[in-house]
Ligand binder design. Structure first.
Ligand code: MSP
Length: 513
């Protein structure tokens, strides 16, 4: 039987500066869903990479007085390393400076051109190098210091140069029809409304080439022009599947994408320009664009210029990787901005991981090690309380699956952790330490029930905390072949010998304590 396919992508990151935790956030969100889908039987392709062309990158290299290509190699390697540090399970890492991407962009350009969608003219208007975006005069404001800024706060400059244009204005109505027919195309709803208003207000043709610098993919047959970096960047999603060879098995299997995960500041490029280009090139459109919020630290957007950036490596050094992954997915409702501080970080991790889940596992497993000869206990018939909590555990996969399909990670985690709290109440009420003296059969049953609940929790938490949950499943004696969601309904083998329990989530001490 062929497995259903699932193609998920991160934005590709500009190589104009070193990566920080904000960049890790998009990748993590993709990784968690990619892992969930793999465990749920899908054939997953998870793509990330770096966006290496354009004026911003060229300027960054020049400011450092290094060769542009050597500079890109170096910063791209930092992003590749970030993916490893975050334990991302990406299947590919694309660089827009690769030959495959050059070929793909030129082919897409030619496809648009032969469809009559490209013409030559000149662009006179505002451009922000920092955003790599064009702005209308109505959008521009004075910055109070004699300069001009875009609505994003980025400086803009007036440029006048010959340029090729894409007939974006042709696609206003087709886009509106598409959004109406696919209400889930852009999520969350707040972003969808913004995009609808933008498209309804009218679309102008888009300048898609630049002549003032050369760090880009040349326009076919007119190498004085390089392609606009966003046309180049967006194309990465099909390059990676073998485009222009639409017979490539990867393209056949994985295009159109199931979801492009992006930061909300780049919604317009993904939800307007990209689908318009695809329609113009007669290619299928992705199913969904999910725009998440931005991470804020101590009340302000994390950014290099504000100087409040934190790297993933720093945080991992403080709290450990899986705790970081849990925190980012649990604390921030996906789609909203993430306000984060050390206080919320330590409080959340200690309460959820050390106290609730860690404590449940630790006290159960050390009790079993001591009083059940380190073997999975045997159940001798369930009472109502046992059946109730087992039923709840059995039903959890379906709930979590639905929430993951909505990309409501924080809600999925809330549901899973609620079961851990319930199990803590259950163990307190059943008091196996008392049963040990009065009724060891019943004690074994209670411990078996908790271990079954822990098995369900650990299986479902694997996408979020792969290493910690692999250790927990080891300690529960779940063999490595029985860890997919197809095994969710299987049971622990009573009598199976268990390894010595070890604490998985130590209590963390905040730096100022
Ligand atoms: N190169 C373009 C994207 C091209 S996609 C075809 C770009 N790159 S970027 O490096 O500036 O940002 C890429 C993404 O990094 C953002 O869209 C967002 O997903 C993530 N983040 C960067 N800073 C962030 C935060 N402070 N918080 C959360 N995510 C952030 O735009």
């Amino acid at each position: 039987m062929t497995r259903p396919s699932f193609f998920i992508t991160t934005p590709i990151y500009y190589v104009n500066a070193a990566p920080h935790i904000g960049h890790a956030y998009s990748g993590l969100a993709c990784d968690v869903l990619a892992r969930f889908k793999r465990l749920d039987g899908y054939d997953v392709h998870f793509l990330t990479g770096t966006d290496e062309h354009g004026q911003k990158v060229e300027t960054a290299a020049r400011n450092r007085a290094v060769d542009t290509r050597a500079y890109c190699d170096q910063v791209s390697a930092n992003f590749r390393e970030l993916a490893q540090v975050m334990n991302l399970s990406n299947d590919d890492f694309i660089r827009t400076t690769e030959q495959r991407h050059y070929d793909s962009c030129q082919a897409l350009w030619r496809a648009l051109d032969s469809a009559g969608q490209i013409y030559r003219n000149s662009y006179n208007g505002w451009y922000s190098v920092s955003d790599e975006a064009y702005y209308d005069t109505e959008e521009i404001q004075d910055d109070g210091n004699g300069g001009k800024v875009a609505p994003t706060g980025s400086a803009v400059e007036w440029i006048e140069e010959p340029s090729y244009f894409f007939r974006l204005s042709d696609w206003q109505q087709p886009l509106l029809d598409f959004y109406a027919a696919h209400p889930d195309f852009i999520q969350p709803a707040s972003r969808r409304n913004e995009i609808l208003r933008f498209v309804e207000s009218g679309l102008q043709d888009l300048s898609i080439s630049r002549t003032k610098f050369s760090w880009g993919i040349p326009v076919p047959d007119d190498p004085d022009h390089v392609m606009y970096v966003w046309l180049d960047a967006l194309t990465n999603y099909i390059t990676a599947l073998g485009y222009p060879n639409t017979e490539d098995p990867r393209y056949q299997k994985f295009w159109p994408a199931n979801v492009h995960v992006i930061g909300k500041e780049i919604s317009r490029f993904h939800a307007v320009y990209w689908p318009a280009m695809l329609m113009a090139a007669k290619l299928p459109l992705p199913a969904k664009v999910y725009a998440h919020g931005l991470l804020m630290r101590d009340g302000r957007k994390m950014s290099k210029s504000i100087g409040n950036v934190v790297t993933a490596q720093e945080m991992i050094g403080q709290i450990g990787l899986d705790a970081l992954r849990y925190f980012l997915m649990r604390e921030v409702p996906f789609g909203q901005d993430g306000v984060y501080s050390d206080q919320t970080l330590y409080a959340r991790l200690n309460s959820d991981l050390a106290n609730d889940l860690g404590n449940l596992a630790q006290r159960t497993l050390s009790f079993v090690a001591k009083h059940c000869s380190a073997q999975v206990p045997a159940s001798s018939g369930f009472q109502d309380e046992d059946s109730a909590i087992l039923r709840r555990a059995a039903g959890l996969l379906d709930n979590v699956r639905t929430l993951m399909d909505e990309m409501a990670y924080h809600r999925a985690l809330t549901e899973i952790m609620a079961l851990a709290s319930e199990a803590n109440r259950y163990i307190d009420a059943m008091a196996p330490w008392t049963l040990r003296k009065t009724d060891t059969d019943r004690m074994q049953t209670v411990l078996y029930v908790i271990m079954e609940v822990l098995r369900a929790i650990a299986l479902l938490l694997q996408p979020f905390m792969p290493d910690a949950m692999s250790r927990m499943l080891d300690q529960l004696g779940v063999s490595s072949e029985k860890r997919t969601f197809a095994d969710y309904d299987s049971k622990l083998d009573s009598g199976n010998t268990l390894p010595a329990p070890e604490p998985i989530f130590p209590r963390l001490t905040p730096p100022e304590e």
